[in-house]
Design a protein. Sequence first.
Length: 338
Amino acid sequence: MSLNPSANLPVLDFALLSGNAGQRQAFLSQLSQAARDIGFFYLINHGIDAGLQQQVQQVARQFFALDDAEKARVAMANSPHFRGYNRPGSEITRSQPDLREQFDIGAEREALTLDASSPVWRRLQGPNQWPDALPELKSALLRWQQEMTQMSLRLLQAFAAALELPEDAFDPLYGDKPNEHIKLIRYPGQPTSASQQGVGAHKDSGFLSFLLQDHQPGLQVEVEPDRWVDALPIAGAFVVNIGELLELASNGYLRATVHRVVSPPAEQERLSIAFFLGAQLDAVVPVYQLPEHIARLAHGPASDPLNPLLRDVGWNYLKGRLRSHTDVAQRYYADYLK
Ligand SMILES: O=C(O)CCC(=O)C(=O)O
Ligand SMILES: [Fe+2]
């Protein structure tokens, strides 16, 4: 394993984007190169306060330390909107259980009124579940959601500029309802005899994902078929990766890179705070007209029969949620799955 955390993945300095014209251009060209070569990079000087990062990590640890009974009161199995707590082993990736416990929240919006003709993905919108035993969690995560949304939308605009599109090209895809998904994740240590699948190999479904890791390694990126590199933690930095919506929007010029987490050793644990920026659920991702020198290198989105990428955002997001959370799927989506 490499000792220099930045050896495997590029490190991008977000402060350059608001610097002078030369610095801005340097950032955009580093961004397009990093995004195209690997689809994963570290982001530093992102403007998210270090104190807030630590507060969110601390409240996440407090949440996972609650009694099982308290956590069960906010179980995702009770939410048609896929919000709430999952015990280790309850989520499935590539048909295997993921050895991680997690707490999901999304945008705090009212459930939609639905009738028989409503597309099923409209069930995804709705309220979060908050634990009574830890009121600080709600205020910390709603603030996190707000700040992460602002920062990540700036980065998404930089992606548009890096693709030589107007900076606001993607704005209509999220409008005033971006899909702001936070996942607090704890990976318990595993003996070497057990499965080491913290989370199995996958692509993220949204535009961009941001991971705030603690000190514990485990995240791995598939840089070429069957070649995995460690994305070792860098304190305060976010690991950023590209999701399926940006792969679709760039006609495969940018790629949603496959990644996974290997469980920590026995007696240790790993905490990760993930933020997924997605489009509004009723958007459809168009094929953007890219300049010739970029379009030439765009080979179309990946075509994996096990994971078709869907341009209809609501359907693409629902696909991933149903596959990962079979208990919610059976309880609230049985009519659709039939
Ligand atoms: O734990 C991590 O840092 C990565 C998690 C992840 O890839 C995911 O939940 O989509
Ligand atoms: Fe992921």
